[in-house]
Design a protein around this ligand. Sequence first.
Ligand code: B1M
Length: 213
Amino acid sequence: MSDVLERISKAVVVGDEDAIAKLTRAALDEGLSAKEILDGGLMPGMDYVGAEFKAGRMFVPEVLLSARTMKGSMAALEPLLAAGESIAVGKAIMGTVEGDLHDIGKNLVAMMMEGAGFQVIDLGVDVAPDAFVASVKKEKPDIVGMSALLTTTMRNMGRTIDALKEAGLRDQVRVMVGGAPVTADFARQIGADGTASSAPAAVDLAKGLLGLA
Ligand code: B1M
């Protein structure tokens, strides 16, 4: 790994938001492409963070800081990518279901998926079934991700899947669900394609659903 890519990786791991913009600029000045910076610096950094989080050696605030650091670099890379390079491994829309305002876990999943190369459109919290449907029509994602933290709102995941079916869109997307009360049995019952209990596991699931794992 080139020195600057290694430093970018380390900046992501330690969440050095001050250093990341300068390092990204330096890498571009060295002639590295946006994709090389993403694949060789940012993603290895986020992969490491994901593995440490999975192993219980890193915690939510640190992971959020790493993800924000990565976003700091992406802000410089995205205009270049838009100009020609396409790097997304898949497109996902993600939201916390209707009636539910919990978004810490959903944000973590979205950020880690971005770290793994997915384009993620975050619909926010309290997202009604119709809003998921409208976004699927507009964005044509590969994956719809839903999060719920309340036993009273998790049924809205099923309502959203029903709305996708009614709109004739269910077969065009993979649906993944998650959040503390969600079990594999529940995911099966409502007709989701899978569930994951953590953000790194959600990344693995998303890759698996698209045949990338
Ligand atoms: Co709320 N809350 N809360 N709360 N809250 C819980 C969930 C609760 C268990 C607390 C308790 O009573 N012990 C309880 C739910 C009980 C139940 O339903 N059986 C509860 C309640 C009752 C409520 C209110 C009703 C309280 C009230 O007002 N009376 C209210 C509801 C508001 C609403 O949503 N309409 C409420 C409000 C809030 C706050 C606003 C104060 C705040 C949310 C702030 C925010 O999110 N911006 C809050 C919080 C922080 C919690 C706790 C303390 C923490 C949740 C959290 O962020 N966990 C929670 C108790 C607890 O869990 N200890 C609690 C950390 C997060 C990283 O984990 O979200 O599970 P998690 O995400 C994980 C995985 O689940 C998975 O990956 C993530 C990362 O590893 N995952 C996915 C998540 N989404 C995924 C999607 C995927 C795949 C994996 O695919 C798409």
